[in-house]
Design a protein around this ligand. Structure first.
Ligand code: SAM
Length: 214
């Protein structure tokens, strides 16, 4: 993804401490205090410009959401959407998914969303894919036993890779669609990438998976 560098992004994010959590490590194990309730916490990893996570927060006030995006120049667009949405149940964090265990306790996250993750098509970059087993190990620690990962993408190769990765990790696939927008799945909230690629006629692939097979 080409990203326009915004040198002012960091300062702008820090102007909104009620939404942007500058030091997420400080809240490891106590995120419920950040939200002021015990509602479940769902995170989106690679939340980009934030349309999905803001939409989800607005649609589901009984769930707390955290958008995690490693590029501040991108996250600053998600900040604008969060301000506009005026929701108390949304926070934003600028971190690489590799570092998530420094900010969240075991089982602290109820659900993980991965939307239109970068496909990293070259074999030597496989480890950077957010559905690589090295990331699944992290997700498994963050989620409780019944916690789920919901993943959507326009990229067939990444989807196939992920189906295999999840299966080989012995996860249970509970939902698979090869054409989400023509399926009977209800309540879909579109991401920026989803709008762009579905407008070009690409099918959207979606799956739900969990570590607990019972
Ligand atoms: N989810 C958004 C959407 O569907 O419109 C953005 C998709 S964009 C292709 C992928 C985003 O994931 C980028 O903004 C990128 O910076 C972010 N990302 C990639 N790897 C990441 C990682 N390891 N940790 C956090 N964010 C990551």
């Amino acid at each position: 993804m080409r990203v326009k560098h915004k040198p002012w992004a960091k300062d702008r994010l820090e102007e909104f401490p009620a939404i942007y959590i500058k030091n997420p490590e400080d809240f490891k194990g106590s995120w419920h205090e950040v939200f002021g309730n015990n509602n479940p916490i769902h995170i989106e990893i690679g939340s980009g410009k934030g349309q999905f996570i803001s939409g989800m927060a607005k649609a589901n006030p009984e769930i707390n959401y955290i958008g995690i995006e490693m590029i501040e120049s991108v996250l600053v667009s998600a900040l604008d959407k969060a301000i506009e949405a005026e929701v108390p149940n949304l926070r934003l964090v600028a971190r690489d998914a590799k570092m998530l265990e420094e900010s969240f306790e075991k089982g602290e996250i109820a659900q993980i969303y991965l939307n239109f993750s970068d496909p990293w098509p070259k074999k030597r970059h496989t480890k950077r894919r957010l559905t690589n087993p090295s990331f699944l190990t992290i997700y498994e620690r963050l989620l409780p036993k019944a916690g789920e990962i919901h993943f959507k993408t326009d990229n067939r190769s990444l989807f196939e890779y992920s189906l295999v990765a999840f299966s080989e990790y012995n996860m249970l696939l509970t939902f698979v669609s090869l054409d989400l927008h023509n399926s009977d799945y209800e309540g879909n909230i579109k991401t920026e990438y989803e709008e762009k690629f579905s407008a070009k006629g690409f099918p959207i692939y979606r799956l739900e998976a969990k570590f607990d097979r019972n």
